[in-house]
Design a protein around this ligand. Structure first.
Ligand SMILES: [Zn+2]
Length: 291
């Protein structure tokens, strides 16, 4: 079904990113399940110029880890907050895009790993936004921060708890939320609509496509999640919380180079079943070895 997106502030096309040269050269261009480019990790992470992906979706992340902003009729929703020296990067990126970080009403943290929550306290204090995370990952984040003695720098008061099958509505936008354990126990997937030229596209964001563990319980969770996603996730646009696994910057390069009327390269429904089948095969093999 198509519906026209309400008129929103129109921004000039964002200047393209010279800083991306390094990233683009390093990213594997295969359409799905790309491995992480060699040498790309939290320690080497670099900012990339923020850009608009669709009328109501912006990229405000790094080359190593993603952060996104959804623009609604009643304010902004920030998805993940980066970390370390980049704790305030999403705010700077919003300003570069003509968005006001103080318009952020909600921050959704996809899971309780530092590269996603490390900027949370900075951004929560700056925006006054409500914070959403699944119960298990509030616990994971809090215990990690306390274990590292980083309470003063990083700990925020527990706020909203994301539940599986829940929704978040802000203005004209509703996000469906799913707790999809595997990468962590509370990793949260998001489903929402984006718009371009009056067309509506469904986004599914699975922030947990990689496994941290070869323990059987984690692998079993991961396998169950993939089986669930095989029926649940039929999106036009497939996003994760790290860019390489969806050839994110390869698509960016094509987005930046496209001409009038060319399709948005982030619209690529065919990659999803292939990706999930590959991940399932890998996880089942590892589970068989673990048992
Ligand atoms: Zn993680």
């Amino acid at each position: 079904m198509k519906r026209t997106h309400p008129a929103r502030r129109r921004l000039a096309v964002t200047a393209l990113a010279p800083a991306l040269g390094f990233v683009l050269a390093a990213v594997d261009a295969r359409p799905q399940a790309s491995p992480r480019p060699q040498g790309l990790n939290a320690g080497t992470a670099q900012a990339v110029t923020p850009f608009r992906m669709f009328d109501n979706l912006y990229y405000v992340g790094l080359d190593f880890v993603c952060a996104y902003v959804i623009e609604t009729s009643e304010g902004l929703i920030l998805i993940d907050t980066l970390f370390g020296d980049f704790a305030g990067h999403t705010a700077d990126a919003m300003e570069q895009l003509g968005l006001d970080p103080r318009d952020v009403e909600y921050i959704i943290v996809t899971h309780g790993h530092n590269d996603h929550y490390g900027g949370l306290k900075t951004m929560q204090e700056l925006t006054g936004a409500r914070v959403m995370m699944a119960e298990a990952d509030w616990e994971l984040m809090e215990s990690t921060i306390r274990g590292n003695g980083e309470e003063d720098a990083l700990l925020v008061a527990r706020d909203m708890v994301t539940v599986d099958g829940g929704t978040l509505t802000l203005g004209d936008t509703t996000i469906n939320l799913y707790v999809t354990p595997g990468h962590t126990d509370g990793v949260t997937s998001l489903e929402f609509s984006v718009f371009e030229d009056g067309e509506e596209y469904e986004v599914f964001m699975w922030p947990g496509p990689t496994l941290n563990s070869n323990d059987a319980p984690a692998l079993e969770n991961f396998v169950s999640t993939i089986r669930r996603l095989e029926t649940l996730a039929r999106p036009d646009v497939w996003l994760h919380s790290h860019p390489w696994s969806v050839s994110f910057f390869d698509k960016y390069e094509r987005l930046a180079a496209r001409g009038d009327g060319d399709p948005n390269p982030y619209v690529n429904p065919g990659e999803v079943p292939v990706f999930l089948a590959q991940r399932l095969e890998d996880a089942e093999r590892r589970l068989a070895e673990a048992r």
